[in-house]
Design a binder for this molecule. Sequence first.
Ligand SMILES: NC(=O)c1ccc[n+]([C@@H]2O[C@H](COP(=O)([O-])OP(=O)(O)OC[C@H]3O[C@@H](n4cnc5c(N)ncnc54)[C@H](OP(=O)(O)O)[C@@H]3O)[C@@H](O)[C@H]2O)c1
Length: 234
Amino acid sequence: MSNLNGKKAIVFGGTSGIGLETAKILAEAGAEVVAVSRRGSLGEGNEGMTIEIADVLDREALESLFEKHAGFDFLVNAATGGARAIGPFLEMDLDGFQGSFAKLWGYVNTVRLGTPKMAKGGAIVLLSGYPARKWRPGVLAIGTVGNAVEGFIKMAANEIAPVRINGVSPGLVDTPMFPMEGEARQDYFSDTTKNNLIPRAGKPEEVASAVVFLLENQFVTGTIVDVDGGAIVT
Ligand SMILES: NC(=O)c1ccc[n+]([C@@H]2O[C@H](COP(=O)([O-])OP(=O)(O)OC[C@H]3O[C@@H](n4cnc5c(N)ncnc54)[C@H](OP(=O)(O)O)[C@@H]3O)[C@@H](O)[C@H]2O)c1
């Protein structure tokens, strides 16, 4: 990887899972990293980063954050946003379905308010998810949100150039997003991934390395990279 000395990255959701692993890779490469979430750091692994507390749905907080760090180079948004509606569409609580779009609004807020404060040559990466292009029981709402995120990336790429924007679409990844523990957790991961070409849950660092690739490679914009163990082609 290149030396990222002198680069500054803001990573929303940078205190857990995929965002945390991205923040760690960037910091190890010499970038100055600001990890942002609602609760700040809850565990180990954020050493060497600045932690900021902000909700991606709070536009005022985002405006002051971007003003404070104006001139930054990289924006990553891996924040889940809020609660997600899981379950059969015909039984779904419609407020819950609508609430799942908090992820999209959090992404839109950060791109809209963050882009004008970025350095020339800046780059943005957002996280979609394999349900956007792979139906399976229970994921219709989050798949619809993922579609909106991917569409937003492609549309926004035209309007924010020369700042680049891309997405990474993870398959099932073993992160704190899943609360189950022990055998129940392993059973869930094995069962959900058993028909994938690579039948296991991904590691957050496997997704984070794709995020960093998209930040660094200056000939890529408006696209989505799938890091999903072959989930969507089966
Ligand atoms: N893990 C998977 O299997 C998987 C699969 C497909 C797609 N994805 C997507 O990948 C992204 C990262 O997922 P993950 O598994 O790494 O999640 P995670 O481990 O649960 O981490 C989510 C992070 O987002 C922060 N966050 C959530 N809502 C926020 C808000 N409103 N404002 C600011 N920060 C907020 C959380 O911190 P606080 O709670 O402190 O705010 C945390 O740092 C998400 O977009 C997710 O939908 C994940």
